[in-house]
Ligand binder design. Structure first.
Ligand code: M6R
Length: 623
């Protein structure tokens, strides 16, 4: 949801900023821009479209200078136009600001500025209002100052004073033409990380933008403001207090965020699942005690035993993982478990008993809706834990404990490997809580065996990619797709449909198979295939009934099945995707992969931009 990158150092800033933006493009790709200061002169290039368009612009009219800011936009306020692209400027045109977030009271701030005589607005954005406000406060305080140290201090004070008037969320970076080799960053609700280099420092929405230059990072907290120079930085809070900030080592390298041999990040990430699933359980299984070890939960055995109810919150794919978790935890631990859309949970008055434990599930750890729900849950005094991939993300830091996915960077906008990692972790949680209750050692060790077999079984499923590609070619002209599953595989129907919608733009819906006869069957027709997720499990025969119902109405059927299911479906389904046999509780990790591949291959066949589908962004940091 918008990406920002800032640089102050000795190198030419333009290539570094463009490179950083390319790595943040997954956050938004409506428009992009860069502003760089060179010997007291601020120059900018910005345009609607992708970073490639901006790079062409910069190649035609190069920018020189060793400090500046840049932005890739996912539009919130104002249309996708060159004028609305960031950076935005103050009235003097000397201050350039990039922003990720939403200034909710921008209209009131703008009206105040207009009343004071400032009418020189060039865009429809909330960000420009903030730039004008900071510029005004700075100009008022700095009219006669020539000393560069004073200018820095006054610019910093102007940023602080302006942000004290802001209602909303922001990750910002700004530079001023009159204040050399100096950049300011601040955050509230939108992520911002400081990259600490040698004689150069960086600001970015995400470390992936800067990991090619430094792996030393300081993750800023909400209400932090940082003054950044080439060789130093100083962080203080909006209220003026200086805080304790550690420099951490980034876990991954620039190599890890390359596509390598794959044409798209999504395909790379699908194929990484044998490793990411292994990494999600690495060191977390106790064969001896037939349980899971999750020290990050920060809970004593007695506290684990006293949990009487679990709430799982998330959005999109993370929510679907939560839905699998609901089945898993209830099956393994017999604890009443509910799944909540994070945004709904936050604003409704969900009755919560005191022994409720809450999990916020989020790959990015920055999703505004999930973060808001986490804060609401903690405000009410409930122990709230995170299941996140991004280390040191806001959700990870603000929760009472949690479990990292260790899936490695996920760049494709469509979440894939994070889903399987989330489901693995929820299985570990079910196992741990189950073993604190009635789950026997024999049952516990069966779950462990099933988990340990997964990486090899995923390898087998990945070998189906060519078959699935052929199916995608055959069905490329369909008008939509329906997805059906029961029990553990009902959430996989939802996830399969979400993947399909996101990257092919085809109409797709997921439902419990049994809902067919309650209405959905009216949609069945020859140009709308039904995908049935029907492994050979306790509900196979029920799925079979539903498959027959679709068949009777001439709906094409693509069936994912296993074991005896292959034989039973061979004269009914138009296509059969045959999966390795596995216990039902881990089967979703195998059944989701063919659906990821089907969406991928169909999107490629339709010529879609798989890694950057229209209108979407990877990390949704606005509500
Ligand atoms: O980073 P999060 O897991 O919190 O993201 C939640 C959703 O925005 C995300 O899963 C989204 O639905 C994906 N684009 C799905 O592929």
């Amino acid at each position: 949801m918008c990406g920002i990158v800032g640089y102050v150092g000795r190198a030419e800033a333009a290539p570094i900023l463009l490179d950083g933006l390319r790595r943040l493009e997954y956050r938004g790709y409506d428009s992009a821009g860069v502003a760089i200061v060179d010997r007291g002169h601020l120059a900018t290039r910005k345009c609607s479209g992708r970073i490639a368009a901006l790079a062409t612009l910069v190649a035609k009219r190069p920018l020189s200078g060793s400090f500046g800011v840049s932005h890739t936009r996912w539009a919130t306020h104002g249309k996708v136009t060159d004028e609305n692209a960031h950076p935005h400027f103050d009235a003097s045109g000397k201050l350039a600001l990039v922003h990720n977030g939403v200034i909710e009271n921008y209209q009131a701030l703008r009206d105040d500025l207009v009343r004071g005589g400032d009418t020189n607005f060039r865009s429809e954005t909330d960000t420009e209002v903030l730039a004008h406000l900071i510029g005004k406060l700075y100009d008022e305080s700095c009219a006669s100052t020539v000393d560069v140290h004073q200018k820095k201090a006054r610019l910093f004070a102007a940023v602080r004073a302006a942000l004290q008037q802001v209602i909303g969320t922001y990750g910002i970076a700004l530079v001023h033409a009159d204040v050399p080799d100096f950049m300011i960053g601040a955050r509230r609700g939108s992520p911002l990380v400081l990259g600490v280099g040698k004689d150069e420092n960086f600001l970015a929405s995400d470390v992936s933008a800067i990991v090619a230059y430094t792996r030393d990072a300081v993750y800023l907290n909400d209400f932090d403001i940082v003054a950044v120079e080439r060789d130093k930085f100083e962080i203080s809070s909006l209220a003026g207090e200086s805080g304790d900030h550690q420099v951490s080592k980034v876990e991954f390298t620039a190599e890890d965020i390359k596509k390598g041999v794959y044409p798209h990040y999504m395909l790379k990430e699908i194929f990484e699942q044998p490793d990411s699933v292994r990494d999600a359980m690495r060191g977390r299984l106790s064969l001896e005690e037939c349980t899971a070890k999750l020290g990050g939960l920060n809970m004593t055995p007695a506290q684990l035993r006293d949990v009487g109810r679990i709430v799982l919150m998330g959005c999109g794919t993370a929510l679907h993982a939560g839905r699998v978790g609901e089945y898993l935890i209830e099956r393994l631990a017999n604890i009443p478990t509910e799944v909540e859309f994070a945004h709904e949970f936050r604003h409704r008055n969900t009755p919560m008993t005191p022994e409720t434990l809450v999990f916020a599930i989020s790959q990015s750890g920055e999703t505004a809706d999930t973060l808001g729900a986490l804060r609401e849950s903690r405000r009410k005094g409930f122990r709230t834990l995170g299941i996140c991939n991004n280390v040191a993300s806001t959700i990870a830091r603000e929760s009472d404990g949690g479990v990292y996915m260790h899936a490695g960077p996920e760049i494709g906008v469509a979440a894939t490997k994070s889903f399987s990692s989330q489901v693995v972790i929820l299985t570990l949680i079910g196992l741990l809580f189950g073993r604190m209750r009635n789950l026997s050692t024999a049952e516990g060790s069966r779950v462990i065996e099933a988990l340990e077999a997964l990486p090899e079984q995923i390898e087998i499923v990945l070998k189906l990619s060519d078959q699935i590609k052929a199916i995608a070619k055959k069905y490329a002209d369909v008008n939509g797709l329906l997805f059906f599953g029961r029990q553990f595989n009902f959430p996989i129907a939802l996830e399969g449909a979400l993947k399909m919608k996101e990257i092919t733009y085809l109409f797709a819906e997921g439902h419990p198979s049994a809902e067919l006869k309650h209405g959905i069957i009216a949609l069945v027709r020859p140009d709308l295939p039904s995908i049935f997720i029907a492994p050979d499990d306790a509900v196979f025969s029920k799925n079979l009934n539903n498959i027959e119902q679709v068949k009777a109405r001439k709906g094409p059927i693509i069936a994912l099945t296993s074991g005896n299911g292959v034989n039973q479906l061979k004269n009914i389904a138009n296509e059969i995707i045959s999966l390795p046999a596995a216990p039902d509780c881990v089967m979703p990790i195998l059944t989701v992969i063919p659906l990821q591949l089907l969406a991928y291959h169909l999107a490629v066949e339709l010529g879609r931009d798989v890694d950057k589908p229209r209108n979407l962004a990877k990390s949704v940091t606005v509500e």
